[in-house]
Ligand binder design. Structure first.
Ligand SMILES: Nc1ncnc2c1ncn2[C@@H]1O[C@H](COP(=O)(O)OP(=O)(O)OP(=O)(O)O)[C@@H](O)[C@H]1O
Length: 542
C-alpha cells in the first residue's frame, strides 16, 4: 500500500508536468478544460503523498522494532562466549545507530520512490515530445550516472570504515560512563582519555563520515551541473535542430525545471540509502556471528540432578595481543546434590572460568559434563543451565523477580530481605524491588534474594561475600549457606575467605588452570608473611 501510494504520487507528479506544459501552450478556450484535471491531480498527489509518507514511517518504525527484538533474541540464544568475543560495543552499535539508520531510510524511502517515478514519467513525456532531444539527454544522464556510480563505491567504503570506528567509539563511551569516578579524581587521566582515546575515536568517525558525505556532495554537485547542462541544451537545441518548434523546447525547459525538485529529493535521499546499506551489512554481520546454539525451548524443566560430573573438561582463552593461551583443565569433578563445594585459588587461577563451564555458560572444548551419568550434548546445554542460579562478580540486578508458582512471591521475598537485614532499606512489591539504589554490598544482597527465590537445585556464588562486612559475612557463611544446603541444594562457593573454609564439605584448589588439591578440608592459610611491598609512608609535611 505504501509503495502503491508513492507510485501514484509519482505518476500524478509526472502527469502534472504534462498538464503544466499543455496549459502553457494551450489557447485560452482550451484552458477551462484543463482546470478540473489539474485540480484533481493536485489533490490526488497531495493525498497519495501523505498516505505514502505515513505508511512508510510506520513501516520504518515497525522494521526498527522488529530488528531490535530480533537482535535481542539472537543475543539471548547465542553461546555466552560468543557475546564476550564479539564485544558489547559492536552489538550496542548495531542495536542503536545501525538500526536507526535503517529506520531513517524507511522514512525517506517514499520520497525516493515518488521522485524517481516523477523523473521517469517526465522523461517518458519528453521522449514523446521529441525523440531526438530525448536521446541526447538520455546519453548525458547515462554518462552522469556512471560518474555517480564510481564515486558511490568509495562513499560506501568510507561509510563502512566509519562504522568500524563507531564500534570503538561506543567502547570508549562505555569507559567514559563506567570510569567517570576515576576520571573525576584524576584530571591528567581524564584529559589523556578525552584528548587521546575518545577524541581519536570521535575524529575517526567524523573523518570517515565527512569524507564519505563530502564525496557524495561532489557527485551531488555533478548531478546538478548535468541538469543545468540539460536545460541549456534544451534552450539552445534549435541552434542545432532548427526543425524543433518552440513549444517542444518550452516543454523541455519546463519539464527540466520541474524535475529539479524531485531530482534534488532523490539526491538528498542518497546518503540515507548508503548509510542504510552499510548499516544492513553491519547488522547482518553481527546477526551472523550471533549464531544460536541448538536448544529445545519447549521442554518441561528437568528434575533436579543428583550428581553433576565434569570429566576432563577444558577451556582455553586465546589472547591475540600476547599470543598466549590460558587453558583451564582438564578438570575432573563431581558435585553431588546437597554438597557445599568451595573453589579456592589465587587471582587468575581459573575459578570463574570453571564456574562458567560448570554452569554451562561455556561449552567444554575438551571432555564432557554428565548429569546423573548422562552426557550433556550440544542441544541439551540450554536445559542444563536451568539447573543453576549464580551470582557472578559482574552480576546484573533486575528490577522484577520471577513470579513464584504459589503466587506468594512478595511474602517470600520480604522474608528473605528481613533475613538479609535489608527490610529497612528495600521491599518487594508487585514482584519488583522498590529500590535498587543501594550500596554495592546491599545490592549484592538483593541479588542473593533474587537467586534464592529462583529456587534452583545448584547455586554458584563467585566471591559473593567479598564486599560484605564481617558481621554479614558471618551471617552468609554460618546461616544462609547451611540453610540453603539443608534444603538439598548443591552449593559452589568461590571464595578467598579462609576463615570459613571449615564450612565446606570439600575444597578444590586451583592454580594456573589446574586442580592442585582436592579434599574435605584445606589447611588454614599460614599467618600472613610480612608484606614485601610496603606502602610508602605518609611523607611528613616539611
Ligand atoms: N574474557 C577473557 N578473555 C581472555 N582471557 C580471559 C578472559 N577471562 C579470563 N581470562 C584468562 O583466564 C584466566 C583465569 O581467569 P578467571 O576469571 O577464571 O580467574 P579467577 O581465578 O576467577 O580470578 P579472580 O580471583 O581474580 O576472580 C585469567 O588469568 C586470564 O588469563
Amino acid at each position: 500500500a505504501a509503495l502503491a501510494a508513492a507510485l501514484l504520487c509519482g505518476v500524478g507528479g509526472a502527469a502534472l508536468v504534462m498538464l503544466i506544459n499543455e496549459a502553457l501552450n494551450a489557447p485560452v478556450e482550451r484552458l477551462t478544460g484543463l482546470l478540473a484535471p489539474f485540480a484533481a491531480i493536485a489533490v490526488a498527489v497531495m493525498a497519495a503523498q501523505s498516505a505514502s509518507w505515513a505508511l512508510f514511517a510506520h513501516l520504518g518504525q515497525t522494521c526498527l522494532a522488529r530488528l531490535r527484538l530480533e537482535i535481542a533474541e539472537a543475543i539471548l540464544r547465542t553461546p555466552y562466549r560468543n557475546l564476550e568475543t564479539i564485544g558489547r560495543a559492536r552489538i550496542r552499535s548495531a542495536l542503536a545507530d545501525d538500526a536507526v539508520n535503517i529506520a531513517n531510510f524507511g522514512v525517506g524511502f517514499p520520497v525516493l520512490v515518488t521522485n524517481v517515478v516523477v523523473v521517469f514519467g517526465a522523461l517518458g513525456y519528453l521522449a514523446w515530445l521529441s525523440l531526438g532531444i530525448f536521446l541526447v539527454a538520455l546519453a548525458l544522464i547515462a554518462a552522469g550516472s556512471f560518474g555517480y556510480h564510481l564515486s558511490h563505491r568509495s562513499v560506501v567504503d568510507h561509510l563502512r570504515r566509519a562504522g568500524f570506528s563507531q564500534d570503538k567509539l561506543y567502547g570508549d563511551f562505555d569507559q567514559l560512563l563506567g570510569g567517570a569516578k576515576e576520571l573525576k579524581l584524576n584530571e591528567a587521566k581524564a584529559r589523556r582519555f578525552l584528548d587521546r582515546d575518545l577524541a581519536a575515536a570521535i575524529a575517526a568517525v567524523r573523518r570517515d563520515r565527512a569524507r564519505g558525505l563530502a564525496l557524495l556532495s561532489l557527485s551531488d554537485g555533478w548531478g546538478r551541473f548535468l541538469f543545468m547542462f540539460l536545460i541549456g541544451m534544451a534552450l539552445f537545441a534549435r541552434l542545432w535542430l532548427p526543425q524543433e518548434n518552440a513549444g517542444v523546447v518550452t516543454g523541455y525547459v519546463v519539464a527540466f525545471l520541474y524535475l529539479m525538485g524531485p531530482l534534488e529529493g532523490v539526491l538528498a535521499q542518497l546518503p540515507y540509502v548508503n548509510l542504510a546499506r552499510v548499516a544492513i551489512g553491519r547488522i547482518e554481520g553481527v546477526l551472523a556471528e550471533l549464531k544460536a546454539e541448538p536448544a529445545d525451548l519447549s521442554g518441561a524443566p528437568a528434575a533436579a540432578p543428583r550428581t553433576i560430573t565434569l570429566e576432563g573438561v577444558t577451556h582455553g582463552y586465546f589472547r591475540e595481543r600476547e599470543e598466549d593461551v590460558f587453558t583451564l583443565g582438564p578438570i575432573d569433578l563431581t558435585l553431588p546434590a546437597g554438597e557445599t563445594l568451595f573453589i579456592v585459588g589465587g587471582n587468575g587461577s581459573g575459578k570463574t572460568t570453571l564456574a562458567k563451564l560448570l554452569t554451562g555458560l561455556y561449552a567444554p572444548e575438551g571432555g564432557r559434563i554428565l548429569v546423573d551419568g548422562v552426557p550433556v550434548g550440544e542441544g541439551g546445554r540450554h536445559a542444563y543451565r536451568q539447573h543453576f542460579a549464580a551470582i557472578y562478580p559482574d552480576f546484573q540486578l533486575f528490577e522484577t523477580l520471577l513470579e513464584a508458582a504459589d503466587g506468594r512471591l512478595d511474602d517470600r521475598a520480604n522474608r528473605w530481605l528481613a533475613r538479609l537485614q535489608l527490610d529497612h532499606k528495600a521491599a518487594v512489591r508487585g514482584g519488583a524491588f522498590t529500590t535498587r539504589d543501594l550500596s554495592q554490598g546491599q545490592r549484592k544482597r538483593l541479588a542473593l534474594v533474587a537467586a534464592c527465590l529462583e529456587d534452583k537445585p545448584v547455586m554458584v556464588f563467585d566471591e559473593w561475600a567479598a564486599d560484605q562486612d564481617p558481621a554479614f559475612k558471618e551471617v552468609f557463611y554460618r546461616e544462609v549457606l547451611p540453610e540453603l544446603k539443608a534444603s538439598g541444594k548443591a552449593l559452589v562457593v568461590i571464595t578467598h575467605d579462609d576463615r570459613y573454609f571449615d564450612l565446606a564439605d570439600r575444597i578444590v584448589k586451583l592454580e594456573g588452570g589446574r586442580v592442585i588439591s582436592e579434599g574435605a578440608s584445606a589447611p588454614r592459610s599460614a599467618p600472613a608473611p610480612e608484606p614485601s611491598l610496603r606502602l610508602a609512608p605518609w611523607r611528613a609535611a616539611s
